[in-house]
Design a protein around this ligand. Sequence first.
Ligand code: SAM
Ligand code: SF4
Length: 324
Amino acid sequence: MRDAQGRAISYLRISVTDRCNFRCLYCMPVDGLEWLPKAEILTYEEIAEIVRQLAPAGIRRLRITGGEPTIRPDLEILIGYLKAIPGIQDVALSTNGVKLVKKAADYAAAGLDRVNMSADSLRHERIVQIARRDLGLDPIAALTAAERAGLEPVKVNMVVLRGINDDEVEDFARLTLDHPWHVRFIELMPVGEMASLTWDHVVPSAEVLERCAAAIGDLMPAADAPLGNGPAVYYRGPAAAGSVGVITPMTHSYCGSCNRVRLTADGRLRTCLFGTHEVGFRDPLRRGESIVPVFQRALAEKPPEHHLRQMDAGGLTALSQVGG
Ligand code: SAM
Ligand code: SF4
């Protein structure tokens, strides 16, 4: 199905909770947010029913996100439901990695295709400084667990924070020498705790790529870039097993090729991450009505672009509320 600009919409990001076991300093206030009441959160059966109705309308790829999706009990049940829906080709998970050592194999057995793990530091004290929680996360062990479970291609998302973790860009790039992982550096965005961000805090992707090249050798465009739904651009060092990529919402616009919409944990469909346009699926669903006409109307009204590069996040308070 196409929106009013002619963009084919095939990718749905599903937030299953607005809660999180971390409080990343760029994402969520240290005291948390006002959480959604449990009765307003979609059940796994309701989420699966939404996808069942949207698959014939063109939704092919799914990402389970949050908040932190792995803190919702029995996530395997949802993974199994989604994977079984005819027309769904890919079910991926975004996670902070805390539960991966324990759960990666269970998720894979339930049908999960692959994982993107956020990792902003490889150093324990700094992980705790950024996440503002010490949950014993060992990022290398978590990524290895995902790889061993076959949740590949394994992707790593690092938000580059000037003066806080940008001295680790080289270490993250070096991970790709020995591991077949795809490390993506994300430009910090002016949302959530970063609402008053200035350009001084953003490390532009051009600078990140220069630092990667200094660490792992001249970068070539990665011809065999991993399967993805998004705007990352990938490169490879001469002897690297994996690749480095950049996601550049602050220095480039991807709106012209946008292929996605987002479902919030309480059943609202957001047609643009950085805009206030949304429609409610939960009430018609709970009345037993079809949500397809609501979806069609929402796509007709999907905004042509956002204005993030003008430091305008369009009213979004935190990425944890819509899953990034
Ligand atoms: N909890 C999961 C995780 O951390 O991967 C999924 C949800 S999290 C909101 C999704 C992504 O949004 C993460 O990669 C996180 O780093 C990113 N994110 C959150 N706030 C951000 C900001 N202000 N700028 C850039 N990325 C941000
Ligand atoms: Fe939680 Fe992910 Fe936000 Fe960090 S980025 S606070 S892990 S939702």
